[in-house]
Design a protein around this ligand. Structure first.
Ligand code: BGC
Length: 395
């Protein structure tokens, strides 16, 4: 993952009746989804009806982490994190294998969050999350990755899904087109995202296309090109009915409504009016609307509990001092904001701080980055404990 600030361009579940005393009591079975097929209406906010599912993959990571904590008060707090809804990242073809086991215990009133994240030439402006697929391997992306996920989602038609589509990818094409890697990735990103939107356009699915964050596409000069980029891919996919809008702040650090914004004192602040995510989704959302794309948003609040930690707005790697943020909720107080969600599983690294590693990115070595940190996606116990201690609100 990489977040780029482009100053250059700136320039209910129904209650069940209590069983009668004579009814034989079965042990509570983990229910897999609903009794019948789920149909989501993407013209409404599905998070008002469904709660983000605490997936068992993150639960296992968190429970293992809690076991490793000797301070019993802290360990008890850690266990509570396992009950927070989070997104499951399908970041490699192999990790699609994590999906079906995560669908075994989903109550009908829950929605499963998934991150679609395996484009060829992934993370074109950084190194930490360079993917398994090379530029040019779009056929593999389609047949071995997207088609396989689509099959599983179809087979689980009784379960509701919310998808975040390819974090950072289209934003990178807007602001990092000067990089050869992003130039090479561009056509594959556009075709790949459009393919994902078409194939995953299923009745039990709603989709949010990633739109970076306020410190990225929020710059005056990036708003329109950003909205046009997303809308053009959305239209090339045939304007799929299940696209609800955008995801923002994924794996990010921005505050929701801090005033004035965290970077409002920066020398280039005059070129960015989107100093917090609330302003960003409304400003960018207006551009999306004019560009002809649905514009509701979900915002990652998983690690934005503490602000004022980054030296620069673009610092994206394992920010030191961070804390868990607001728990997933549909009570956002903003018409365009469907929900605050936890997308980045707090405790998983953003990138290695080992400067000799092939995927070492210098952002992960900056003074404001937590060290040592393992490879992107790998558990970092010390970082998890820090997020927990600094959680705001606390656990
Ligand atoms: C990594 C992925 C990981 C995800 C969630 C990304 O930065 O590249 O491998 O699944 O973060 O931790």
């Amino acid at each position: 993952m990489k977040f780029v600030q482009s100053a250059t361009l700136a320039f209910a579940a129904t209650a069940l009746a209590a069983p009668s005393r004579t009814t034989p009591q079965k042990p509570r079975q983990a229910s897999a989804g609903c009794a019948s097929a789920v149909t989501l209406d993407a013209s409404t906010n599905v998070f008002q009806q469904y709660t983000l599912h605490p997936n068992n993959f993150y639960r296992a990571e968190v429970e293992a982490a809690a076991e490793a904590i000797s301070d019993s008060a802290l360990a008890e707090k850690a266990r509570k994190v396992a009950d927070v809804g989070t997104f499951l990242w399908l970041d490699t073809i192999e990790n699609i294998g994590r999906l079906e086991p995560a669908l075994e215990d989903v109550p009908c009133e829950n929605i499963v969050g998934l991150v679609i994240y395996d484009l060829p030439g992934r993370d074109c402006a950084a190194k930490a999350s360079n993917g398994e697929l090379k530029v040019g391997e779009l056929d593999r992306y389609k047949t071995e990755y997207i088609d396989k996920i689509a099959e599983i989602l179809k087979a689980h038609s009784n379960t509701a899904f919310a998808l975040v589509i390819e974090p950072d990818s289209l934003p990178n094409l807007v602001t990092n087109s000067d990089l050869q890697t992003c130039q090479q990735s561009a056509s594959g990103y556009r075709e790949g995202v459009a393919y994902a939107l078409k194939q995953l356009n299923l009745p039990n699915v709603v989709m949010y296309i990633d739109a970076g964050h306020g410190g990225w596409l929020g710059w005056d000069a990036n708003l329109k090109p950003g909205a046009q980029e997303l809308a053009s891919v959305y239209k090339s996919a045939g304007s799929p009915s299940q696209v609800r809008g955008i995801s923002t702040n994924v794996a990010g650090w921005n505050a929701w409504d801090q005033e004035p914004g965290e970077f409002s004192d920066a020398s280039d602040a005059q070129y960015n009016k989107c100093q917090n995510e609330k302003i960003y989704i409304n400003t960018f959302g207006a551009e999306l609307k004019s560009a002809g794309m649905p514009n509701h948003a979900i915002i990652d609040t998983g690690r934005n509990g503490v602000t004022g930690l980054r030296d620069e707005w673009g610092d994206w790697c394992n920010v030191n001092g961070a804390g868990f943020g607001v728990r997933p909720t549909a009570n956002t107080g903003d018409e365009l904001a469907d929900a605050f969600v936890w997308v980045k599983p707090g405790g998983e690294s953003d990138g290695t701080s080992d400067s000799s590693a092939a995927r070492y990115d210098s952002f992960c070595g900056k003074p404001d980055a937590f060290k040592p940190s393992p490879e992107a996606g790998t558990w970092n116990q010390a970082y998890f404990e820090m997020l927990l201690k600094n959680a705001n609100p606390s656990f």
